[in-house]
Design a protein around this ligand. Sequence first.
Ligand code: ATP
Ligand code: MG
Length: 641
Amino acid sequence: MTDPKAPQSKAPQSKPTPSTPKPDLSSEASLVGTVQLLWPYIWPKDRADLRMRAAGALALLFVAKFITIAVPYSFKWATDALTPGVVSQDNFYWIAGPVALTVLYGVLRSFMALFTQARDALFAAVSMNAVRHLADEVFVHLHQLSLRFHLERKTGGLTRVLERGRTAIEQIVRLSMLTGIPTVVEFALILGVFFYQFDWRYALTVVAMIVAYLWFTTLATNWRMAIRRSMNESDSDANTKAIDSLLNYETVKYFGAEDREAERYDMAMARYERLSVGSYVSLAVLNSGQAVIFTIGLTIIMVMCINGIRAGTNTIGDFVLINAMMIQLYQPLNFMGMLYREVKQAIVDIEIMFKILRQNPEIKDTPDATPLVISAGAVHFEDVHFSYDPQRAILKGVSFQVPAGKTVAIVGPSGAGKSTISRLMFRFYEPQSGRITIDGQDIRNVEQRTLRDQIGMVPQDTVLFNDTIAYNIRYGRWEATEEEVHEAARLAQIDGFIRMAPGGYDAQVGERGLKLSGGEKQRVAIARTILKGPPILVLDEATSALDSFTEREIQLALDRVSQGRTTLVIAHRLSTVVNADEILVLDKGVIVERGRHEELLERGGVYAALWNRQREVDAAQDTLRRAAEEEGQSVRVGLEV
Ligand SMILES: Nc1ncnc2c1ncn2[C@@H]1O[C@H](COP(=O)(O)OP(=O)(O)OP(=O)(O)O)[C@@H](O)[C@H]1O
Ligand SMILES: [Mg+2]
């Protein structure tokens, strides 16, 4: 799928292509190919019951089709039984009688409907099972794909791909099995009847009509497909614009940009409007063309039959039969247009979904990956070079060690690459050169799951699940007891807030945790990492969103948690790292200074300058706090640095 709104910041050719060669899917996907892809899901090897159902549905299909052909016959017999010239004392019509034949007609019609519905009901379990399994597979795969993939895709777009793919599978399985095959069977049977009951000229006329019909349908449908594709694109476009705008609700208000947003949305909708109208017009063209071709065929055949009646070779019943049969043919023929259209669309949607399934994760376990074995938990960066984009190096030969159980802090200006170091350690990305080891094991050669199990991460921006606070804390260790959850909350200094929140631990945090303040979210993130209790900790600005009072409290908690754990702290606020065993000053991807707090102060370099500036801010903050205390107000004055 081509994503028209891929990140604009990069030229297309500069986009890294880390995922191993993708199969070329630009060529048109075929029905056969798609059915091949879907076959294992329609005919599941491990589900005898579903295979029985599929076979049963197929059997019912044939029965229903034979009855379908018998229906116009019973109509013909009833008509002939009512036609004076045809009835005589000793023939079929006299013995059966028009009433009985009409009842037969009704019974057959009911059976036709019953069998068709039974077949659909029987098959539903098969198709829905296929839908569920494929959707599950894609979902699991989406989680395996790398962070890069997810950052470059719009989540709304991805869920729509999943949604469309799901509908498409349902469509294609149902359409091809429940409409395509039955229709072909019905064509064959009807042709047989025309040949047998009338003669070859009738059969030929029907064939000519069907060919013309299908030819026109294919042409018109292809033309329509292009319109519909742009229409769908414009629909997703309008949708992503709406989602993005609503996600940025607050930003829109900050800049009073409601009108601009409305205009942007309206522009997308205007395109959708135009293309939708085009789509309806083209549908009208398709439908009228189909109706005209069919009616011409029908009229010719009926005129041929009238000639037959005049010549005495056909009865009035034949006239009725031929009309009923043709009208009956109309429905499946009409389906054919729809079938072609929908199947083609479904193939495209399924292909998009399978394309994602085929996309190889950027970060994969090597075939001989072993579980990470932690003996002490020493982390070692050895001359690590890394860039997100080939044009711009982010880390330029970073080397450092976090000895087991020690704390190393990374400080430095924004954009220096601090968070990047934590992402590399967690193996969201792979360094271009150099290596990262934990207790001597290159993290490239260990199983990702075991690596991530051993690292606790408090990220810079915490996003929470749209569930309760308890759910979000428990996420750290699913099997933790309630007491452990409460204890973790207490350690992270969030329990006071929780007690005050209506609903307590069961309070909902809102989408992405938007109902919590930045500091509260961060404390929830700390609580769940405390609960996870891993041997290695990465704290990315773990206290940046807190006022200095709470920060000190949390700092104590974090100090306690990091006791005996290998800890990498990334911090803006230098006061939080004075006790670190080593402080690295990172600037533009290079470590420019390193040492303990006192050593760095003595040196009088970048660190000392940063420190002095922050001291001033902290002093101002303290003065403010004291003033507030004197007035008996809350002590929590936040002054972010
Ligand atoms: N996914 C990405 N793709 C491309 N560039 C990125 C990506 N993530 C980060 N960068 C760039 O890499 C650089 C380093 O980012 P990083 O997040 O490591 O900075 P940082 O030191 O943590 O800064 P801060 O203190 O503001 O958090 C930044 O200039 C950023 O724009
Ligand atoms: Mg950062």
